[in-house]
Structure formats: structure tokens, C-alpha cells
Design a protein around this ligand. Structure first.
Ligand SMILES: *Cc1c(COP(=O)(O)O)cnc(C)c1O
Length: 949
């Protein structure tokens, strides 16, 4: 083996493994398998045109060079991004730790207790600081959180308001521009009229259903919204507040003056700026709106023996269940960043956070006094961290800018000529002296440096927070590094991640997230860059973005791309908005219908509705393929209304439908567009692509196909690639003076994690990527044949092969033995495995996607495990094991049960926890028994303070 070829490290299967695998599958060569799996018509004729693969060392040098092209100045631009200090103990033990970053969204509760606790900490922080009883465990960014607030308030309209068609959303003009832009993008298709103005002058006419204000506002001023909120409520109007989370350590929180929704960013809780993202947005509301709140909520529950544990609550309101009736399309959010922000609060505690907030405020207060003395004009007298200043006559913004840049400092320059800055956690006394000096030089006035900035406050009694926060023990115990490290480790040990075993989640593509891809993220030149810096400071980022964009367009066969969306579902939404703009441009704006196959992922219909469309479901045939006749008939019947088809390819059933090209033609003939959900791109890369197939738009999930880690439920990146005719409608950004279809706060979304995918593509090269896809298909077929005589697979392609994933039949088992697919999922935990995808896209089944990264050893071990479980099911079926007391329905068996003196089962402890020899070598000890799914919903306890007593 060539040791320096990265693809040989990424791909789990070697040349030597092939003969055994191919023989079992029943083909002579890998190419034969591929030829028989992917329809000839849509195959690429040539290898992808990508630069030669780099070795890991070469890439390290290359990315190092790009990083050095970023000039890291001190940025006081604020506007939603602030320099922040990531505690090293969190950077090293969470951010750089594969157990935290490679884990999956915590659907499998019993092996996710660590990250569930971490996320509940996050919710508790948000709840405490905002003084709202209910918070979710993150949204994509502050701007989309603003849009979600708008949508939620629309849904919460009273019957009378709905009847009267109240559709005006008032947004105070002093809100960050990117938040307003994204609200606009998202509001338009919902039929919401966005009215922007001064909140003090708002007349509450009956058409206004909700208001959004910012605290402190865009100019840094802290407005007192108490009276405004009362007036709004009297008019039956909801109030959502975009609040700076750090400021709430000192200010009266919106929950104490009547806000209905409070949202914002948590980047300044120890998350790097990353040129815009990722970081976690927060969203909090009243308890009575728990069924309307977007995103996931963690709550307390009990396991079957009564032990308190954590779980994701209220899943029934999510898109995968409610589809077009869902409250939002949020699937992947920002779990890893929320986890880190939660740990930041754990590490600092109430005192620490208050201290940081006071330091920030004291520096701002000191500078304010000095600058007014120099002749600068006060624009915001009530501030937390941000000053906006008018300039004296003899000072121009240009002069200030030149001086600031010469000192490697970025200030904020307002359109009207005002200049401002936001102080942050990282601002030192020396930095404050330098800031003062810059303004002094510009004003041609002498300034005096000081050695220390004493604590001071300009906040009046009405604004000052009196209530306590972060009083739970978890925020008071781990303030030393030793304790913090152990706390993180303690939680980490409760979770299964890729560091433990294969996570074969169909559709989610949990492949290797290589260390060499992750390493660059810890470089300060990628971490500490504000997204609104002048372009010449961000040349490293810009080059990387340009290169990666080219690569992804080559791979998808498209000519345009945006990297702005922060998740797959956000990509879907963006793609549909692009289609809408295009249709409007050709006078077809009336088309309002999206055709979606029954097998589609729940985010498809949810995104379509968010984008203002109606959905129409078309059927699948008995092979799992789209029923082409049904599709043709529905498309033609609604010919004049049809905007697009949303289709996943290969299908969610893992099958390469041979009719796909024909399907695209049918849709195009109706004057509609083809949207391809690229979640299954792992089966296409290098072999076929959406451009060749004939689609118009497709989103990618960098956190699936392109090696970016799942993070326990985010961060994600959902780039959208488009054909030529759609390029003019790609998202712009207010920073570039074009707000069209702006969908994220930052111009390039989560730019900070783009180096991962860039590394993956650079190091794999065209050959590696193609081999990757082939191996993914090989591995899935190997599993499919190996389990064919027992479970059997649900769908196969024309020649009897599956694609990169396969659906395991479990419905017969249920009929014959009473054992469900859920029991199998739980029993897998006793063997040290995370369950495959449960009951999607077919109820009563498990969908397995091994990916190319798994070795033959791991595949065989998984097969042995599944066969061993099959044997256990047979025992139940044959009556050798009790129907009421067997290893399956009692699974998982937690450690505390296994060691208990009070073992009650009809089978041995050894059978329960060491069911197979190999388990002894790699035992994953489970912390809780099967979790009660309904208890935590009947009584929702979304913070650490909750109790069932
Ligand atoms: C994962 C997935 C999505 C949603 O992606 P997110 O990043 O979680 O929003 C959409 N469609 C399919 C088929 C998927 O597998």
C-alpha cells in the first residue's frame, strides 16, 4: 500500500479485501458491480477534472499558505460577531475531540446521554440569561432565528387575526442589516408584509401581528421596550426580541419585561468568529408555545427503572413526522457549537460571565468618556459594549479608517458617516489604549494611556439586572481546568461516536472525518476572522472559497454555487427560493406547486411550505422507485401550476432509478424545474452527477458526503449548485449591496468549516473520490448479501443490487416474534453499535449505509452482530426465550443493572452484556436503561432545574 496516498487511509477496503467481497456479492470485478448498479445512460464519460491528489503533508503546507494570506487585525466591527476566548480546555477536549465532533444527532437516547446533558446545559444558560422558561438547543444563526421568530409569530396569530388576514410584521429599523435581509427573504413567500420603522412611532393597526426589536440595538443603544411591549400585547401583537446574550448578564432580560420570543447568537460564549460561522443561535419562548418553537428541545425523562435521564422531547412536532405541516424545516442545527457555548458557561459560572460582561462594559464606558472629551459626538448614551459616534467636523471617516488600518484595527463604519466599535471579551487595556490613540490621532488631540481600567457602569437602575442566573450546581462546580476536563470526559464516555464503532446511518453518511482535514480549523488565521473585514484581509478565505466552489461545481456538473446555507434543509429552502425568483423572471411566478415523492425526506415538504409552495405527493412503486406513471400524470395534470419536482437520487431507498433522465424530461416539458436533494451524493461523486442527469438545482450536505463531521447535530453546510440559467438568482448579501435571496447572517455561511471539505477533495483527488463512491456501493452490497438469508433487504435495483445504502426488512420479524426494529436498535447498543436509520424511509425497517470508510473487519463484525441478534430473535420466536423477558425487549442493559445484586432476568448477565466474543474487547457501557419516551413529553422539563417531583 502506498502509505502517503490519503485515499488509502480514507477508504477502509484494500485490494486484498476485494476478492472475498466480490465473490460473496457475485460479481467478478468492482467495475462490473458499478456497471450493473448505475444506469449506463447517466454515467460520466470521463474522470472528474480536479487537480492531482495531495498527500496529507502537502495539504498541510498548502492550507498553511492559504491561512497566512488571511491578515488577522483586531476587529471591533461587532454587528453580531465578537472576538471571544475559547477556553483551551474546551477547544482541546470538545472542539478537537472526535468523540464530540463525530457523534450523530442524539436520536438514540441511551447512547447519547453525554451530549444531551451538554445541550441541556446550553438550554439552561439561554433560559436563565433571557428569563424565558423554554429554549431550544440551537438554530442555524442569528438571522435565521429572526426569520423563525417571524414565522412562529405568524403561526401564533389569533383566530380573529387570521380571519382578518393580519399579515404585517413590524421590524424596528435599528436591527442588524443581515437579520433584516434574511427576515425579508423568508417573509415574502409566507405572505408576510415587512414594515420597517421606528418602534417609538409604531401605530398598532389590526394588520400587525408581530414585532421584532433588538436589544441593545444596531447602534448599540439599549432601548427600554417595556411600554412598547405592553402596547403591543394590548393590541394582540407578539413581541420577539433579538438580544445580545452577553449583555443579558448585566441588563434586565426581555423575559422580565414581557417578551414572547427572545433569540440571538451565542458566538460570544467562547466560539471563534470563523469568518462568519459556525456558531449557535439561540431561541427561547414561553412554555405555552412549546409546540410551535422551531428546532430541537432537550428535556428530562426517566429510564424504565426510574433513573433520571435526558432525551429529545416533542419529536412529534418535527418535520420528519409532520412534513408539510411542520413548524419549521430545521433538521441539522449547531449542536457542537451549542455544546461548546454551554461548556463555556459551565467553566465560567455566573460570576465569571458577569465579570466578563462587566469588563466589556467598563472598557466601553471608559472609552466613551474619553472620546466625548476629544470632541466625538455621542449617538447612543445607553450602551453595553458598542459605541456609535458622530465625528467632529475636522475628522472624516476616511481619515479614521486609514489610521485604524495602519494600526491593524477594524472599526465599524456606518452609512451616514458615523463610526463605531464593539468591545469584546478579548479586548485588553492595551487594546483600549490603542483604540483611544486612533481616535486621538484622528482628532489631533493628545491622549493619555492608562494602566488599568477600573470597573464602572453607565447603566441606570431601570436597565440593571437584579435577578440571578446560572445557579444550578453544574455552573458552580467545574471552574478549575482539572474539574472541567473531567466533567467533559465524564459526559464523553456516555456517548457512542465514530471513535467507538461504525455508525451506519442510512442517508446520513457518517464517514471518516480525517484528522488532517480537521487540524487546520485550530489555526488562529481561520478562527479569529470577522466576516465583515475588508476583502484584502481575507484573501486566504476568499481563495479557499473560490477553489472549493470550483471543485463542487465540477463534481455536481453545474455552473453556479452558493456556500451560504448552513444545513441541508437550509439548502433546500435556498434552492426553492432560487427557482421561485427564476420563474418570476420569466413570467411564471404563479407556479405554486412542488411535486414530492412519498419517499422523500421530511425536510423536503417542510422546506417547500416555508418557501411558500403547496406540495403534491406522488407515489412510489413496489420496488421503491418513483412511480413514473403517477408522476407523469400528476405533473401533466398540474402542468400550469407546477414549479418544481424535489427528488432524491439515488432514491431514499438507495436505488438508482433507471428512469431518472425521463423523469427530468417530464418535469421540464411541464415548464417546471428539477430540484435534486443531494443527501445521497455519496453514491454519485465521480460516477454521475445531477448536471448530467438533467437536474437544475441540487444541494449538497458537506456534513454527509464531504467529510465534514456531524457534530452531534451540526454544524452543517448545505451548498446549492445550479445550472447556468439560475445563476442570476443565487443569494446575495447586504454586505455586497445585494440582498437577493439572502439566507444566512454571514456572506459565506459557515466559512470556518469549509477547510474540511476542501481538504477532503484536495487529498482524495478525482481517482480517490471515484474509488470512494465505488467502495461505498461495494460495502452496502456486501452487507446486503450477507444479511439477505436472514433479514433480507426491502428494495433492489434492476439487476438485483443496491446503491450505497440498503434497507433491512424487519416487519416480518415483528409479525413472527413481536420484536420491533426499535428493539433491534436498542439491542445493538449492547453490542457497542449505534443503530442504523430507524423507520425511514420505510416504516418497520432499518436503513444501513456503511460508507467507504469502514474496513472489512468492521463490516464483518457488524454482520456477525446482526446475525447474533437474528439468532436471539429466533430464540424468542421458537419459545426458547421468554416473550416477556428477553435480551431484545429489555435492551439496552445498563451497567448498573448488569452489576446489580438484584438480577431478575431469565437469561444470564453475560448474555446480556457480552453477547459476542468481540464485544469484550470493545465494550461500550451504557449509562441508562431504555428511556421512557412519553413521560418527558407529558411533563416537559427543558432545563437542568427540572424535577418530576
Ligand atoms: C440529511 C438529509 C436532509 C437534511 O439535511 P440537514 O443538513 O439535516 O438539514 C435532507 N434530505 C435528505 C435525504 C437527508 O438525508
Amino acid at each position: 500500500m502506498k502509505t502517503d496516498v490519503f485515499a488509502n487511509r480514507h477508504i477502509g477496503i484494500t485490494e486484498n479485501d476485494l476478492p472475498k467481497m466480490l465473490e460473496r456479492i457475485g460479481v467478478k470485478t468492482l467495475d462490473e458491480l458499478i456497471d450493473k448498479t448505475i444506469p449506463e445512460k447517466i454515467r460520466l464519460k470521463a474522470q472528474l477534472n480536479l487537480p492531482p491528489a495531495m498527500t496529507e503533508r502537502k495539504f498541510a503546507e498548502h492550507i498553511g499558505k492559504l491561512a497566512s494570506m488571511n491578515k488577522i487585525y483586531k476587529s471591533y466591527i461587532g454587528t453580531g460577531w465578537y472576538d471571544s476566548i475559547t477556553p483551551a480546555v474546551i477547544q482541546r477536549n470538545v472542539f478537537e475531540n472526535p468523540v464530540w465532533y463525530t457523534s450523530y444527532t442524539p436520536y438514540q437516547t441511551e447512547i447519547s446521554q453525554g451530549r444531551l446533558e451538554a445541550l441541556l446545559n446550553f438550554q439552561t444558560v439561554v433560559s436563565d440569561l433571557t428569563a424565558m422558561p423554554l429554549a431550544n438547543c440551537s438554530l442555524l444563526d442569528e438571522a435565521t432565528a429572526a426569520a423563525e421568530a417571524a414565522t412562529m409569530m405568524l403561526a401564533l396569530r389569533s383566530r380573529a387575526q387570521q380571519k382578518a388576514g393580519a399579515n404585517t410584521l413590524f421590524v424596528d429599523r435599528e436591527i442588524f442589516p443581515q437579520n433584516l435581509a434574511v427576515i425579508r427573504t423568508r417573509a415574502i413567500p409566507q405572505g408576510i408584509e415587512v414594515k420597517v420603522g421606528d418602534y417609538k412611532e409604531l401605530e398598532f393597526t389590526p394588520d400587525v401581528f408581530g414585532c421584532i426589536v433588538q436589544y441593545p440595538n444596531n447602534s448599540g443603544n439599549i432601548e427600554d421596550y417595556r411600554e412598547f411591549t405592553e402596547r403591543a400585547h394590548a393590541a394582540g401583537c407578539k413581541v420577539a426580541v433579538d438580544a445580545d446574550i452577553m449583555s443579558l448578564a448585566l441588563l434586565v432580560p426581555p423575559g422580565e419585561w414581557g417578551a414572547d420570543i427572545v433569540f440571538g447568537g451565542t458566538q460570544r460564549l467562547g466560539i471563534p468568529m470563523f469568518y462568519g460561522g459556525p456558531s449557535a443561535a439561540y431561541f427561547a419562548t414561553r412554555d405555552e408555545y412549546k409546540r410551535n418553537i422551531p428546532g430541537r428541545i432537550i428535556g428530562l425523562s426517566k429510564d424504565k427503572y426510574g433513573k433520571i435521564c435526558y432525551r429529545m422531547a416533542l419529536q412529534t412536532r418535527e418535520q420528519h413526522i409532520k412534513r408539510e405541516k411542520a413548524t419549521s424545516n430545521i433538521c441539522t442545527a449547531q449542536a457542537l457549537l451549542a455544546t461548546m457555548a454551554g461548556f463555556y458557561a459551565v467553566y465560567h459560572g455566573a460570576e465569571g460571565i458577569k465579570d466578563i460582561a462587566k469588563r466589556i462594559h467598563s472598557i466601553a464606558n471608559w472609552l466613551n468618556k474619553q472620546l466625548l472629551r476629544l470632541g466625538y459626538i455621542e449617538r447612543n448614551s445607553l450602551f453595553f459594549d458598542t459605541l456609535r459616534l458622530g465625528l467632529p467636523d475636522h475628522v472624516s471617516a476616511q481619515k479614521l479608517r486609514t489610521i485604524a488600518l495602519s494600526k491593524e484595527v477594524n472599526l465599524r463604519y456606518f452609512e451616514n458617516g458615523d463610526v463605531g466599535f464593539s468591545i469584546d471579551e478579548a479586548t485588553t487595556v492595551a487594546d483600549a489604549n490603542l483604540l483611544l490613540m486612533i481616535f486621538g490621532i484622528a482628532a489631533e488631540e493628545p491622549v493619555h494611556e492608562i494602566d488599568d481600567i477600573p470597573e464602572s457602569s453607565s447603566l441606570n437602575r431601570e436597565l440593571r439586572r437584579r435577578s440571578s442566573y446560572l445557579t444550578h450546581e453544574v455552573f458552580n462546580r467545574y471552574h478549575t481546568e482539572t474539574e472541567m476536563m473531567r466533567y467533559i470526559k465524564r459526559l464523553e464516555r456516555k456517548d457512542i461516536s465514530l471513535a467507538h464503532s461504525m455508525i451506519s446511518l442510512g442517508s446520513c453518511t457518517m464517514k471518516l472525518n480525517a484528522a488532517s482535514e480537521m487540524l487546520p480549523l485550530s489555526n488562529a488565521s481561520w478562527m479569529n476572522m470577522h466576516p465583515l473585514v475588508p476583502e484584502d484581509q481575507a484573501q486566504g478565505y476568499r481563495t479557499l472559497i473560490e477553489n472549493l466552489s470550483q471543485q463542487l461545481m465540477t463534481i455536481t456538473g453545474f455552473e453556479g454555487i452558493t456556500l451560504q446555507p448552513n444545513s441541508g434543509a437550509a439548502g433546500e429552502y435556498t434552492g426553492l427560493r432560487i427557482i421561485r425568483s427564476y420563474l418570476e423572471s420569466i413570467g411564471q411566478g404563479h407556479r405554486n406547486l412542488i411535486l414530492i415523492p412519498a419517499s422523500a425526506h421530511g425536510t423536503n415538504p417542510a422546506s417547500a411550505v416555508q418557501a411558500g409552495y403547496e406540495t403534491l405527493t406522488c407515489a412510489c412503486d413496489e420496488r421503491g422507485n418513483v412511480d413514473v406513471e403517477d408522476l407523469r400524470q400528476k405533473a401533466e395534470e398540474h402542468k400550469d401550476q407546477l414549479a418544481a419536482l424535489m427528488i432524491t437520487y439515488p432514491s431514499t431507498h438507495g436505488i438508482f432509478e433507471s428512469d431518472i433522465a425521463e423523469i427530468c424530461k417530464i418535469i421540464h416539458r411541464c415548464g417546471a424545474q428539477v430540484y435534486m436533494d443531494g443527501a445521497n451524493m455519496n453514491a454519485q461523486v465521480g460516477l454521475t452527477n445531477p448536471g448530467t442527469i438533467g437536474a437544475d438545482v441540487c444541494h449538497l450536505n458537506l456534513h454527509k458526503t464531504f467529510a465534514s463531521p456531524h457534530g452531534g447535530g451540526g454544524p452543517g453546510v448545505g451548498p446549492v449548485c445550479v445550472a447556468k440559467h439560475l445563476i442570476p438568482f443565487l443569494p446575495g448579501h447586504n454586505l455586497f449591496g445585494n440582498e437577493q435571496n439572502e439566507v444566512s447572517a454571514a456572506p459565506y455561511g459557515s466559512a470556518g468549516i469549509l477547510p474540511i471539505t476542501y481538504a477532503y477533495i484536495c487529498m482524495m483527488g478525482a481517482e480517490g473520490l471515484e474509488r470512494s463512491t465505488k467502495t461505498a456501493i461495494l460495502n452496502a452490497n456486501y452487507l446486503a448479501v450477507s444479511l439477505n438469508d436472514t433479514y433480507g433487504t426491502v428494495y433492489r435495483g434492476t439487476n438485483g443490487f443496491v446503491g450505497h445504502e440498503m434497507i433491512l426488512e424487519c416487519r416480518k420479524i415483528h409479525e413472527e416474534s413481536g420484536i420491533t426494529e426499535n428493539d433491534i436498535a436498542k439491542r445493538l447498543m449492547d453490542y457497542g453499535y449505534h443503530a442504523p436509520t430507524l423507520s425511514f424511509p420505510v416504516h418497520g425497517t432499518l436503513m444501513i449505509e456503511p460508507t467507504e470508510s469502514e474496513s472489512l473487519y468492521e463490516l464483518d463484525n457488524f454482520i456477525d452482530t446482526m446475525l447474533s441478534i437474528w439468532h436471539e430473535i429466533e430464540e424468542v420466536k421458537d419459545g426458547k426465550a421468554s416473550k416477556e423477558d428477553n435480551v431484545l425487549i429489555n435492551a439496552p442493559h445498563p451497567e448498573y443493572e448488569a452489576v446489580s445484586d438484584n438480577w431478575q432476568h431469565t437469561y444470564s448477565r453475560e448474555k446480556a452484556v457480552y453477547p459476542m466474543e468481540s464485544v469484550r474487547e470493545n465494550k461500550f457501557w451504557i449509562n441508562v436503561a431504555r428511556v421512557d419516551n412519553t413521560l418527558g413529553d407529558r411533563k416537559l422539563l427543558p432545563t437542568r432545574y427540572g424535577s418530576f417531583d
